[in-house]
Write a protein of this length. Structure first.
Length: 431
């Protein structure tokens, strides 16, 4: 090749690289308000009961039954956020509360934030218990105080005793007014459990228990691979089942949380190794089945269009689930940055960053700002039936323009922090 032509090609290559780098930097650049973190923290302070240390899950809801409801899942999310804010005492108070109440029945699905009493319709759900275990383990890894490690381990041992189906954990140990939890298997619950078992396996000294944790990991992978994931002859994902019902086999719905959960728990290498799928296949399935428009924004519905038609509701957007997908996109980008290879130069990594930025912009159109607080609603509509089953079948009542939820707000905060709470390895560092 002539020297002049070679110089031209080098110049063009350098220009392309500079453009790509600029695009990547722009896509990944922060677009937060100056006082975003303080506004989120002010909202959490407002929700906190100083006596119990619990946080009201809902703000301004028209449903009086939710006025003092503190979902266990939300308490764990809040504790993880408090750790990132270095508010260790408040995170410790949450764990103290659960440490005193955990027994062979497990932790309740929700508590009264004022009295600390287990709510009457609140059974022990696997997912809620596993989130508390994650907080327990993360607390020790981040602070060096291991006084709650045993709580996380005991929850893991409690889960070993749950009924299992096709290798996966049931949704709970008991029956209550909301359902027979020992007869259902949830993919989402098992994904959270996988994160807990993985950490416990890496740290367990007792060889017998270590083998039990390893068996749980393999069982969950097997369930996802053989029961949850449905592929066509070409190997493309056509459906991801929400779970398994002993009486009806596959539960009659699908859920975006299975997509975000897989992306948050498993890195790209693990997705290929364990399940024969790529992150792009999951993202494409999620976009095809769940991505929609509602109330002036674009984001992810809780479930797919077919389920919406079956239960007779319009498409709505979950602020929490949309934020989870955005957190997953951030985790994917960070994975490729840490594991440099030719794949790290792919255009789709830049596309992930642009998509994340677009999701943030849509989420923030629903951001609620008061004189001191920043928070986010549960969904773009209220009283919408989310699923034809489950404890959280209905969205909280109240206009989304004024009603906030802890879960949506904290997942948006995790996105701000670029923090993936579901990937915590033996080092204690969340990826």
């Amino acid at each position: 090749m002539a020297p002049a032509r070679l110089i031209q090609w080098k110049a063009l290559l350098i220009s392309v690289c500079m453009v790509l780098a600029a695009c990547a930097a722009y896509a990944h650049a922060p677009i937060e308000d100056k006082d975003f973190e303080q506004g989120i923290y002010s909202f959490l302070k407002h929700q906190r009961n100083n006596e119990t240390g619990l946080f009201d899950s809902f703000y301004n809801s028209d449903d009086e039954l939710l006025a003092q409801e503190a979902l266990t899942y939300d308490q764990a999310l809040t504790g993880l956020a408090l750790l990132e804010l270095k508010e260790y005492y408040q995170a410790k108070q949450i764990l103290d509360f659960f440490k005193k109440r955990f027994d062979e029945r497990g932790l309740c699905y929700s508590y009264d934030s004022s009295s600390g009493a287990c709510l009457a319709t609140s059974g022990a759900i696997t997912q809620a218990n596993m989130w508390v275990a994650l907080l327990s383990l993360r607390f020790g890894a981040q602070t060096g105080d291991q006084s709650f490690y045993n709580l996380g381990r005991e929850i893991g041992l409690w889960a070993l005793r749950l009924e299992h189906y096709r290798g996966a954990l049931s949704m709970g140990k008991t029956q209550d007014s909301l359902g027979s939890w020992n007869e259902y298997v949830s993919v989402e619950d098992n994904l959270v459990a996988y994160s807990v078992f993985r950490f416990l396996y890496e740290n367990e000294a007792d060889e017998k228990i270590k083998k039990a944790f390893a068996a749980e990991l393999e069982g969950i992978r097997k369930f996802i691979r053989e029961t949850a994931l449905v592929k066509n002859k070409k190997g493309n994902i056509t459906h991801i089942n929400i779970g398994y019902n002993l009486n009806e086999n596959i539960a009659p719905a699908s859920c975006i949380a299975t997509v975000s959960g897989m992306l948050l728990v498993f890195n790209p290498y693990e997705l290929r190794e364990f399940f024969g799928v790529s992150e792009n296949m999951l993202l494409e399935y999620g976009r095809k089945e769940f991505f929609t428009s509602s109330s002036g924004i674009k984001g992810y519905d809780f479930t797919d269009a077919a389920t919406c038609r079956r239960i007779g509701r319009r498409r709505v957007i979950s602020l929490e689930e949309t934020a989870k997908i955005a957190v997953a996109l951030t985790a994917l980008s960070r994975y490729y940055q840490r594991n440099l290879s030719l794949e790290a130069m792919r255009f789709d990594v830049i596309a992930h960053n642009f998509t994340r930025r677009q999701l943030v912009q849509n989420l923030d159109k629903k951001k609620i700002i008061t004189s001191v607080m920043i928070f986010y609603p549960f969904a773009t509509e209220d009283i919408a039936e989310i699923f034809p089953l489950g404890a959280w079948r209905l969205a909280p009542r109240g206009k989304p323009s004024r009603c906030g939820t802890v879960s949506s707000t904290i997942w948006r905060f995790f996105l701000y922090l670029e923090f993936n709470p579901l990937d915590i390895r033996a080092s204690g560092e969340a990826n």
